[in-house]
Design a protein around this ligand. Structure first.
Ligand code: PMP
Ligand code: GLN
Length: 378
């Protein structure tokens, strides 16, 4: 049978988590917390189940959750999405991304992808019959080359995918970057898919540059986020997509036959939990402490730190330790040193070696300390 996705294998996250488990390594590879969520959010979900929220919710998502999402975006970024026609609850950001791409990308359309990029974008573009057009970022600063971004736009460009805070590099887009993007798309029909799953993990008091802060961008954007990241519940797989009415209408045509709906009690529980903004407002400080602790420990190793302005990922340059290719180094580090990492090369579509791996610091301090102890021996 000819494959629809001939280039797709098992994701690097699964591969490295399996190797970490097999070798008993501290798993700083795949991005997920090793601590539990707030017990109140579990109580909110079980209360929703006891309250009888156990049948299909509306196709677009439970109304209280869509209202809570719209209220949050309004309060934080000043954009008033209509909860009925512009917010859709998805089965994690992954389904939101795939559904968005299938909904707007036609066969033969070009989609601009800024790499290194999260690994679900390319298979989604391929399934839609689109052609990815790459703009590459380079270590150590991974600055966006706006001249090359502008040059990548052609009459066939349908969509640009952006991701801030950025997985895997931990960089963020700033106001000046958003203004440049605005200028690039101004006189075009190009849409923007903005992956903002790490929106509540931006450090040192910096603002999150959501496209929804920029009316000229918001009017052509689908914004994707994920409760998994924000509430330490990556296994729940609940997220959402916010987009103007016409885009949401197209999104929902695909969503309707992709999942139809997302589990009801999680949605009602999340809606009730969201009434208190403290958990997501406190998240930057929570993760900044972990980032600072982890970076201070890494300063005492031979790894060279790259900047980390957002996400729960810290990239390091290991060229003082080894000249192995990144994938080999990540496997060696996992197997022989007992700390799993992700090679940044896995986020590029062609072989790309910079001597950099990504660690996830969404871990208990004791886990980070165990990893740091092992890394210090190198
Ligand atoms: N986008 C990015 C940049 C991510 O890092 C992740 C998490 N792996 C996702 C999307 C997917 O999020 P979810 O787990 O909610 O599907
Ligand atoms: N987003 C997570 C990461 O980048 C992993 C998600 C997954 O395993 N697919 O590590």
């Amino acid at each position: 049978l000819p494959s629809r996705l001939p280039n797709v294998g098992t994701t690097i996250f699964t591969v490295m988590s399996a190797l970490a488990a097999e070798r008993g390594a501290v798993n700083l590879g795949q991005g997920f917390p090793d601590f539990d969520c707030d017990p109140r959010i579990v109580d909110a979900v079980s209360a929703a189940m006891r309250d009888g929220f156990n049948q299909y919710p509306p196709m677009a998502g439970a109304a209280p959750l869509r209202q809570a999402i719209a209220a949050k975006i309004g309060a934080l970024y000043g954009h008033a999405y209509d909860a009925d026609t512009e917010i859709t609850v998805t089965a994690g950001a992954t389904q939101g991304l795939l559904t968005a791409i299938l909904a707007v990308v036609h066969p033969g359309d070009e989609v601009v992808v800024i790499e290194p990029n999260y690994d679900s974008y390319l298979p989604a573009i391929e399934l839609a019959g689109g052609t990815p057009v790459f703009v590459s970022l380079e270590a150590p600063d991974y600055a966006i080359p706006f001249d090359r971004l502008a040059a990548a736009i052609t009459p066939r460009t349908r969509l640009i995918v952006i991701n801030t805070p950025h997985n895997p590099t931990g960089t963020i887009w700033r106001d000046a970057d958003m203004r440049k993007l605005e200028a690039i798309v101004r006189d075009t029909q190009v849409l923007v898919l903005s992956d903002e799953v790490y929106e509540h993990m931006v450090y040192d008091g910096q603002p999150h540059a959501s496209v929804s802060r920029y009316p000229a961008l918001a009017s052509r954007s689908l914004v994707v986020s994920s409760f998994g990241k924000t509430y330490h519940v990556t296994g729940w797989k609940v997220g959402y997509v916010a987009a103007p009415r016409a885009l949401t209408a197209e999104f929902r045509k695909v969503h309707q036959f992709n999942v139809f709906t997302v589990n009801t009690p999680m949605q009602i529980g999340l809606a009730r939990f969201m009434a208190d903004p403290a958990p997501y407002l406190d998240l930057p400080a929570f993760y900044q402490r972990k980032r600072d602790h982890f970076r201070a420990g890494l300063e005492r190793t031979r790894f060279r730190l790259l900047p980390c302005d957002g996400t729960y990922f810290q990239c390091v340059d290991y060229s003082a330790i080894s000249d192995m290719p990144e994938a080999d180094f990540a496997k060696w580090l996992t197997s022989e040193i007992g700390v799993a990492a992700i090679p940044v090369s896995a986020f590029y579509h062609e072989p790309h070696e910079s001597g950099i791996v990504r660690f996830c610091f969404a871990k208990k301090e004791s886990t980070l300390d165990e990893a740091l102890g092992r890394l210090a021996r190198l």
